[in-house]
Design a binder for this molecule. Structure first.
Ligand code: HEC
Length: 128
């Protein structure tokens, strides 16, 4: 009985641990992304949802149409871009924003390491 109990306990622990490992990975990606964001983006983008800074608030950016934050003076280029901020477009934007939207007011950003792009995109997806 004891053996059975400990075997089933082991199984339960193993089953519980699997999603935890994934969550930890995801959490680590987001944490790395936060560091990148603090380093490269917060000079112009506030993490306070109610605030636009030099750049528009990025709260809720994932899935949002480009140039749609109220009371932010976007460039004509951004307003006319017709883009939606999918993970794919965010990747293009942070790897070469002027390539994606020529004439944008955002200073040139070039994060070319695919792992860093993944981290930053995971973090941006948490901004809700
Ligand atoms: C020097 C200031 C500055 C920095 C640094 C900066 N941005 Fe921006 N960002 C802006 C401005 C200004 C705009 C508006 C651009 C326009 O209207 O053409 C913008 C726009 C954006 C948009 C489009 C938002 C929307 O509402 O359509 C995204 C996404 C974005 N920035 C992400 C980032 C990320 C991620 C970083 C860091 C890697 C970053 N920005 C760094 C100033 C900055």
């Amino acid at each position: 009985m004891k053996k059975l109990l400990s075997a089933s306990l082991t199984l339960t622990v193993a089953l519980l641990a699997a999603p935890l490992v994934y969550a930890q990975d995801q959490g680590m990606q987001e944490a790395a992304g936060r560091q990148l964001f603090l380093h490269h983006c917060t000079a112009c983008h506030s993490l306070d949802s109610s605030k636009n800074a030099f750049g528009p608030s990025l709260i809720g950016v994932m899935g949002r149409p480009a140039g749609s934050v109220p009371r932010f003076a976007y460039s004509k280029a951004m307003e006319a871009s017709g883009l939606t901020w999918t993970a794919d477009n965010l990747r293009k934007w942070i790897s070469n924003n002027e390539g994606l939207v020529p004439g944008t007011r955002m200073r040139h950003v070039s994060i070319t390491d695919p792992a860093e792009q993944d981290y930053l995109i995971s973090f941006l997806a948490t901004l809700k």
